[in-house]
Design a protein around this ligand. Structure first.
Ligand code: PLP
Length: 432
């Protein structure tokens, strides 16, 4: 009935998340409101960690892709669960540092890191800086030389895998702004250069083939391509690449049309391919990293809105207006992403109207979705949009000078604010 296992209906007919009444949460904290179920986040952490431990014999590390949802409390939960972090900017790295993260277990990504970002990463002794291009390698070598240290790096490689996903989030193919190409010799050239740099230690290779992927095969293929490259490096230089980071991209259920693969199945198949390929090429099995983002945070979150009005346009459509929109969830405007929604205070009633949920911004494209089946909505109702835990808060903006909503974690029947709602003074805080 619901797309996430943590959602249910209570005796009042209200939607609950992690056992907590969402209508009560809307009353207590106001709307729009992001709500995340801490227990479900932790459950995902454990299921990734247990399966990487099981299938790679403890020689692996799960790093949470913090760009999907990043705040101090989320970083603390990850640390508590023994999960590393993947960051893509100095802002995410700073958040991780302030949350007390172990920087040895951080992967720092990005296709155009600034000198300031590289310097901070070197100062914080980030365990793996994922170098995207040759210019970055040269800058990082200079920066770590100036600081009298050696930077641990991985190279971002394009394995050339088509992951059958939305074009905008497909990154493994050759026409991508991310990483080094294999087929042109660019990647091998970079490896040779890194080996000769005194202030660089090449720890491993990295690939990330896309997002919201439901197939296991592209992950298997990518792992094989990467291991072949590790074998080629060994053969042509004698150098042993000791780590392989296979990225994230595991799909989640946004609507009932989505059919995600259990993480165990993925891990089992990929690890078998890794073991086979290593013995085929006669190389030692590298330490394996994975970087799930969406699959950790997405299913754990929902967004609550208050309905302000309903417009029936005969023969055309019905608009249900909510007090948020593209400012807190730009994914429909960006990718036509589909979501499941319901009227939280009528959760036990049938979903017998088909509507367009519209935000409050001055943009016709400010929609949460079209053709959405929900209960009959009326002004004052609480509208819940499901599986918004990833790439919603982290993609939120202040367009139209709308303040960002609060984020609340629920756990053990209680709730707490982990990110405060932005105030009007927050909106003008940088204005002179
Ligand atoms: C975005 C990203 C991830 C996480 O992707 P999900 O689809 O959220 O799992 C992991 N690694 C890198 C390098 C990324 O850019």
């Amino acid at each position: 009935m619901f797309v996430s296992e943590n959602l249910n209906v209570n005796e009042k007919g209200n939607l609950t998340i992690g056992g907590v009444d969402t209508v009560e949460l809307a009353k207590e904290y106001g709307t729009p409101l992001y709500v995340m179920d801490e227990e479900l986040i932790r459950k995902h952490c454990r299921s990734f960690k247990n399966s990487i431990d099981k299938f790679y014999g403890g020689k692996g590390l799960v790093c949470y892709a913090s760009k999907s949802f990043c705040c101090l409390e989320m970083c603390r939960v990850m640390k508590d669960e023994g999960i590393g972090l993947d960051v893509v900017s100095i802002g995410e790295l700073y958040t991780a540092v302030k949350a007390g993260a172990d920087c040895e277990n951080i992967c720092f990504h990005g296709n155009n890191k600034t000198d300031e970002e590289l310097e901070y990463a070197v100062d914080m002794k980030v365990g793996r800086i994922i170098v995207d291009n040759i210019f970055e390698l040269e800058r990082l070598d200079r920066i770590s030389k100036e600081k009298g240290t050696v930077a641990n790096i991985m190279f971002r490689i394009k394995p050339g895998i088509d992951a059958h996903t939305h074009d905008f989030v497909r990154t493994g193919q050759i026409d991508s702004k991310f990483g080094f190409a294999l087929e042109t010799g660019e990647a091998m050239e970079a490896v040779n250069k890194a080996i000769s740099c005194k202030n660089i230690h090449l720890k491993g290779l990295h690939c990330h083939i896309g997002s919201q992927i439901f197939d296991i095969d592209p992950f298997v293929e990518a792992a094989k391509v990467m291991l072949k490259f590790i074998a080629d490096i060994k053969k042509s230089t004698g150098f042993t690449v000791s780590e392989l980071n296979l990225g994230g991209g595991f799909g989640i259920m946004y609507t009932e049309n989505d059919d995600p693969v259990p993480y165990e199945n993925y891990m089992e198949k990929v690890s078998a391919a890794v073991a086979d390929t290593c013995s085929e090429y006669g190389i030692e099995q590298p330490f394996i990293l994975i970087e799930p983002g969406r699959s950790m945070a997405g299913p754990a979150g929902i967004t609550l809105y208050t309905c302000g009005g309903v417009k029936h346009i005969p023969g055309i459509r019905t608009y249900v207006s909510v007090d948020g929109g593209m400012t807190d969830n730009p994914r429909y405007a960006l990718y036509q992403s589909k979501y499941d929604a319901l009227v939280a205070n009528k959760a036990s009633q049938p979903k017998d109207s088909v509507v367009t949920i519209a935000g409050k911004c001055c943009e016709s494209g400010d929609l949460i979705g079209e053709g959405m089946s929900i209960q009959e909505a009326a002004p004052g109702d609480i509208i819940a949009v499901c599986a918004t835990g990833a790439y919603n808060y982290s993609m939120a903006s202040n367009y139209n000078r709308v303040g960002k909503p609060a984020v609340v974690f629920v756990k053990d029947g209680g709730s707490k604010v982990v990110v405060k709602r932005e105030t009007l003074d927050d909106i003008i805080r940088n204005d002179i």
